[in-house]
Design a binder for this molecule. Structure first.
Ligand code: WTA
Length: 639
């Protein structure tokens, strides 16, 4: 077997910084040229229609070909692409040749169902190989996938299918989580019920759990369609700016935003960052990113980056504690995982269980550790480094977003000396700033807003169907700069510290949730007159959802005790959005603190939720509101 990375130009990491600094465009063109282009590009960036960029515009490529066929043709077809570990302990491995064959068949299935270039395909699957196969098959024929996290409710699924007018849904009977089979198909049936999503013509159903499924006229078994499909499929080239996927994420208003990514620039940066941030070295590397494909991390660092780079990776279906609390460490030992990429919330929960659990396993294969999704507190960083990394493996704390498509700020192993808690420096090719209210860069040690000052290849190309919102959300605040929505500070060394969201977006266990979206779920319940939601600090999950609700006067009796209200409304939110959005705590209050112009002062509610003395109330329309909320809490009226 030839060396995996032979056909990727080798360069020393420190060269990357100086090269990118000297000639940013030349640098990105060089990164893009590590992909296979059916038709080479001659233009690197066109920013004349800002804020919509085009990268490598006249080039043509096929994203799936780059992730599959290319490696097979280079003689690496025998290499394992995916080691799949099911929660109950079943496992399957696919070589690059086998994965390519599956994707070719799946591409033929899609075409036979009438899916064409540009059509939207919704993917609602557990973390099983078919999720990756489905994504790549959609990409292979130039269609657009919209992956919806399996933990989202039927309501959320319907909203997303509808917004994108998806023509096909790919789902499964269910998946294994927390030691049992949980059904997925009923949510699809609910979402499509009563013709709620008329754009959907067919539903492909993967059999995973073997549980009972309700069958409708639109349903087709994945396995039957695959068996009937032709094994041959030629990957055609599509323009670099052909849309690749839409991924919905929470914003500051109620409706989730469909973030749009395209092909050439996205794949360039996903592959480049994966290669350099995780310090890929040889075919002996085994990489494991624990993210679900329902999130951007699962797109860029499970489906696209690692496969474009031809590595061997592990995917795991279930939860970290099933069937036992050492499950992750057992997987690392079994596959000799050398690169682990996960979220601080997981690290904190392992910390709580104690080091005796990981200490039972052989973790000596680990060489690089990654963190993503939320700030990693120094205690968790040190534990991760010592207990999991044996004080040998560098930690890369990577900052990025659904919108940025790929990692933007991170140390590079072996080049940057790491610092617990700081994501540190923009990667080569990226220009990140910390600016004040006026958009001007601040001095070190001053807190401000994180912006990206120059366009980058994997940047979002827009919000699906809403160019105005795209402009307003990201570009109006600081003209000419991308506003990330995060606060940040540079320390005396110029290293960046991320200070968390500055808008009404919460980060719970590394998942983005919108206050407004949960508020509208709460007020859709007949008992609720008004609701306010804040993200309160939480030792385990980073932030937790805390809701304050005012009941309708005529419903107070029906609603019963505060404990009943809390229980019912938590379930209601799970049904409307998904279990991840369930408030940790719901407080029933008589009034909400509002300014004279009627704006809810979430800052004060956060003080209550975090059990702090209440801040300045002078701008409230009614200054007694906060004292009555505190009095009710002190009286222990809430559960
Ligand atoms: C937060 C996840 C601190 C941040 C890839 C950002 C982080 C939001 C980090 C995006 C990090 C992500 N340190 N905060 N290393 N990584 N964030 O779109 O607030 O799900 O704006 O993308 O997560 O979340 P998203």
């Amino acid at each position: 077997m030839s060396d995996s990375f032979e056909y990727l130009a080798r360069e020393t990491k420190s060269d990357l910084y100086s090269k990118a600094k000297k000639d940013r465009m030349g640098f990105w063109a060089e990164q893009a040229n590590q992909l296979h282009w059916h038709k080479p590009f001659t233009k690197t960036l066109d920013w004349s229609a800002a804020p919509v960029a085009t990268w490598f515009e006249d080039g043509e490529l096929n994203v799936a070909y780059n992730c599959l066929d290319r490696h097979v043709l280079a003689g690496n077809g025998e290499r394992i692409a995916l080691h799949f570990e099911g929660e109950p302990g079943d496992s399957r491995s696919y070589s690059y040749a086998e994965l390519t064959a599956e994707v070719k068949r799946a591409a033929n299935v899609l075409t036979s169902l009438g899916i064409e270039r540009g059509d939207r395909v919704a993917i609602y699957l557990p973390m099983i190989p078919e999720a990756v196969i489905a994504m790549l098959a959609v990409a292979r024929i130039g269609a657009i996938h919209s992956v919806i996290f399996g933990g989202f409710s039927a309501e959320s699924l319907a909203t997303r299918i509808h917004d994108a007018d998806a023509k096909l849904v790919i789902t499964a009977d269910g998946g294994f989580r927390r030691g049992k089979a949980s059904a997925l198909k009923p949510a699809v049936d609910d979402a499509l019920g009563e013709n709620a999503c008329p754009s959907v013509e067919n539903v492909l159903v993967v059999k995973r759990t073997g549980g009972e499924v309700n069958w409708t006229a639109k349903d087709i078994w994945w396995s039957e369609a695959m068996a009937a499909a032709d094994a041959e499929h030629e990957a055609h080239a599509f323009p670099a700016e052909n849309p690749l996927f839409i991924l919905y994420t929470s914003g500051t208003t109620g409706k989730p935003k469909g973030i749009l990514h395209t092909s050439g620039g996205y794949l360039t940066q996903a592959a480049y960052t994966h290669r350099n941030v995780f310090d890929l070295r040889s075919e002996s590397d085994v990489y494991w990113c624990t993210a679900d494909v329902g999130w951007i991390t699962g797109h860029s660092y499970v489906a696209y980056g690692p496969l474009a780079n031809g590595v061997t990776q592990v995917i795991y279906e279930g939860t970290p504690d099933a069937p036992h609390q050492g499950r992750w460490w057992e997987i690392i030992e079994k596959y000799r995982v050398s690169i682990l990429y996960t979220a601080p919330t997981a690290i904190r929960s392992f910390m709580k269980l104690g080091r005796s659990i990981p200490d039972k396993f052989d973790l000596s294969s680990i060489r690089v550790l990654g963190s993503v999704g939320e700030p990693i507190n120094p205690e968790a960083w040190l534990w991760y480094s010592e207990v999991i990394g044996g004080n040998r493996a560098p930690i890369v704390d990577t900052w990025w977003q659904t919108e940025t498509g790929a990692i933007m700020i991170s140390p590079l192993p072996g080049v940057t000396t790491t610092k617990p808690g700081s994501a540190q420096v923009a990667i080569p090719g990226i220009v990140a700033k910390v600016v004040g209210e006026d958009g001007v860069e601040l001095a070190n040690e001053e807190s401000g807003y994180l912006t990206i000052a120059e366009p980058w290849p994997s940047m979002l190309r827009g919000i699906w169907g809403d160019p105005k919102r795209f402009q307003e959300t990201y570009w109006d605040r600081f003209p000419g700069q991308y506003f990330a929505g995060d606060g940040a500070k540079k320390d005396a060394d110029g290293d960046i510290w991320i200070l968390g969201r500055v808008d009404d977006v919460m980060n719970v266990s590394g998942h983005r949730l919108s206050s407004a979206e949960i508020e509208s779920a709460l007020v859709s319940h007949p008992w609720v007159a008004e609701a306010a939601v804040v993200g309160a600090n939480d030792e385990m999950t980073g932030q937790a959802v805390v809701a304050f609700v005012i009941l309708r006067l005529d419903q107070v009796e029906a609603a019963g005790s505060d404990a009943d209200v809390s229980r019912v409304l938590r379930e209601h939110v799970a049904k409307e959005i998904g279990p991840i959005a369930k408030p940790r705590q719901i407080m029933v209050v008589a009034e909400l603190p509002k300014t004279r112009s009627g704006k809810i002062m979430r800052r004060l509610l956060r003080d209550v939720a975090e059990d702090r003395p209440i801040g300045d109330v002078t701008t409230l329309a009614d200054t007694t509101v906060m004292s009555s909320i505190s009095a009710k809490l002190a009286a222990g009226a809430n559960d």
